[in-house]
Design a binder for this molecule. Structure first.
Ligand code: AKG
Ligand code: FE2
Length: 354
């Protein structure tokens, strides 16, 4: 294993260091590298997900708007695999509080954050990239990863005690995102004229939710590094609470990197590989990445939804026919497959394609 860089990313950021060679992005064999050309506007639609609720469907005056939203959803997920969700029922001040507890945690002295350090070969806790190869390019970021649901899987020793509202805020946010996700899974199925539990039912009652809080300190050479390398999410669905000021997330749409704009109070929803599998490739799991900047630090919270680990998932029968043959094998514990592949420098979803 190559030695870890002597200084942490936040330390190098504060000292204004030039990024060391391990952080410099040189090539990527599955996505364009260009750091400069990504720009909008591109229609990543803003969708009012309250229109997907049962009460909205039952209200005849909302029927037209609800049908239109469903069509927008279908088209966004087929073309780009992402959209921005409003109408999720969380107030601006609550979302600010969620961002604030994450910010306050990352603002703690390094020794304090190290109390929650990720152990080697574990995914939960505070830290930076797992280094598996000396060819690996490191991300200019730190993150804190925690299992949130089911509650009995929480490793509370890794949940920060400071700020003291951290746990309760994450719990409340988790409950709200989980119920918004259930609504969206059903709407996604309905948008393809499927029975509404076609996706949610595959997730199981004890589906997993993990939160990834990302901290991107400024870099003196944003032209050389990435905050987060291009990747697809291993989840079925990810809900991302972006920073309220710093725009750095980009999605690969039609082979171009497109900036995801900050829309006040919207949650960015992107599909992960497991939804691509369940939808037999009708919906996309988009490649995305985070660029760096020289001015301001950025914080984001990614909330991932995965099936119960023992549950096998696969393409919904109704989405397999002679025009669209089955494109993916059934798979169990895709999360661990994804991790093993990542360690070997392989793309996990390629392993389950037929
Ligand atoms: O920070 C962001 O905007 C994206 C984070 C992300 O893609 C992830 O945690 O998987
Ligand atoms: Fe991601």
């Amino acid at each position: 294993m190559p030695p870890l860089p002597a200084k942490s990313v936040p330390e190098m950021s504060v000292d204004g260091d030039e990024p060391p060679p391990q952080y410099i992005v040189k090539e990527c064999n599955f996505a364009p590298l260009d750091l400069s050309t990504a720009s909008g506007p591109f229609p990543i639609p803003i969708i009012d997900i309250s229109l997907f609720s049962e009460s909205a469907s039952a209200n005849s005056s909302k029927k037209e708007a609800a049908d239109e939203a469903l069509e927008q959803l279908r088209s966004a997920l087929i073309s780009a695999g992402c959209f921005q969700a409003v109408g999720h029922g969380m107030s601006s001040s609550f979302l600010d509080k969620v961002r604030e507890v994450a910010r306050q945690f990352f603002a703690l002295p390094l020794e304090e954050k190290q109390k929650y350090a990720r152990a080697e070969n574990e995914s939960e806790g505070f830290g930076s990239d797992t280094v598996v190869s000396d060819k690996q390019v490191l991300d200019w970021s730190n993150r804190l990863t925690l299992q949130v649901f089911p509650e009995e899987r929480r490793r509370l020793n890794l949940w920060p005690k400071t700020p003291n509202e951290f746990g309760e805020t994450l719990h409340e946010y988790g409950l709200k995102v989980r119920s918004a996700m259930a609504l969206m899974y059903k709407a996604m199925a309905r948008s393809l004229n499927l029975e509404e539990n076609s996706f949610l039912g595959q997730m199981g009652d004890n589906s997993l939710n993990e939160v990834r809080m990302n901290f991107y300190p400024p870099c003196s050479r944003p032209d050389l590094v990435l905050g987060l390398k291009p990747h697809t999410d291993r989840s079925a669905m990810t809900v991302l609470l972006q920073d309220s000021e710093v725009e750095s997330l980009q999605m690969l749409i039609d082979d171009k990197w497109v900036k995801v704009p900050i829309v006040k109070d919207a949650l960015v929803v992107n599909l992960g590989d497991q939804m691509e599998i369940m939808s037999n490739g009708v919906f996309k799991s988009p490649l995305h990445r985070v660029v760096s900047n020289s001015g301001k630090l950025r914080v984001s919270l990614a909330f991932l939804s995965e099936p119960e680990p023992e549950k096998e998932i696969g393409p919904v029968d109704a989405l397999v026919d002679e025009h669209r043959p089955r494109g993916y094998k059934n798979v169990k514990s895709y999360g661990s497959l994804n991790y093993t592949c990542y360690q070997k420098g392989m793309v996990a979803i390629d392993m389950v394609k037929m």
